[in-house]
Design a protein around this ligand. Structure first.
Ligand SMILES: [Zn+2]
Length: 253
């Protein structure tokens, strides 16, 4: 049977990534993409990916680390983007809730967008309370120029459609499993099937019924089950569709 792809999992935040990967594999998760949040985190990403098959990396600069984007970091990133296990640039974007000036975040985000175009790589986008500004930056790059995932999507249908129109897929995470969630299931029901991918965002965003404890990629099937219910797909169909979507997006073979 096809395995799930966790398109956003911070394996480097765990003490024993190999054990986390093994447990997730036992629950049907076959492949993993680790986003890099800051230059200091990139070497660990490479180490984890080189030690495990089917683990891919997405080095980038998270908005909260925008101050760490230096010439040296840029040179290092250029090197890592050539690594055979690099499949995307992430996680990058804008976040009004972090302690870093938005102008500086925008400057770094623009450079990440330029690198994505230069290297023909998808972007893993992170956005909080700055969606319109991020959409503006993406539009500057031009329609059809970018692909990627809007990570931990929980916005409106209108916002989803704008990201989809710009070439992005929706990263669907633990929020979909919350019994009180109404807007996200509604959005997920209406967007094109080929724009849905799954992500744990572990160790954050723990799905129901494990909330209050650290998240784990082994819980990814819970999100697949919610998606299956909402779309009236079988679980097998859900796994096939989301895995095909992620495989095409990251050009995994
Ligand atoms: Zn993340």
């Amino acid at each position: 049977m096809t395995g799930l792809i966790d398109t956003h999992v911070h394996l480097d935040f765990f003490d024993t990534p190999a054990a986390v990967v093994m447990r997730a594999r036992q629950h049907g998760v076959a492949q993993f993409v680790i986003p890099g949040v800051a230059p200091a985190a990139w070497p660990a990403l490479i180490a984890i990916a080189e030690a495990e098959p089917d683990v891919w990396i997405a080095p980038g600069v998270h908005p909260q680390a925008a101050g760490q984007w230096t010439r040296q970091a840029e040179a290092l990133l250029q090197d890592i983007l050539a690594h055979p296990q690099t499949v995307a640039i992430g996680e990058v974007g804008l976040d009004k809730q972090v302690n870093c000036p938005l102008d500086q975040q925008e400057q770094v985000c623009r450079q990440m967008i330029a690198l994505a175009r230069e290297h023909h790589l998808p972007l893993l986008l992170h956005v909080r309370r700055a969606t319109d500004r991020l959409l503006t930056l993406l539009r500057e790059a031009g329609r059809g120029e970018l692909t990627g995932i809007i990570h931990a999507f929980s916005g409106s249908l209108e916002t989803a459609e704008q990201f989809i129109d710009l070439g992005f897929s929706l990263g669907i995470g633990g929020v979909l499993t919350y019994p009180e969630a109404t807007r996200l299931p509604d959005v997920v029901r209406q967007v094109p099937a080929d724009r849905l991918v799954l992500e744990s965002d572990a160790p954050d965003m723990t799905p129901h019924p494990h909330r209050g404890r650290p998240n784990h990629p082994a819980y990814l099937p819970l999100i697949a089950e919610s998606l299956a219910r909402i779309r009236c797909w079988s679980l097998e169909q859900t796994i096939q569709i989301t895995t095909d979507n992620a495989t095409n997006l990251f050009r995994l073979t």
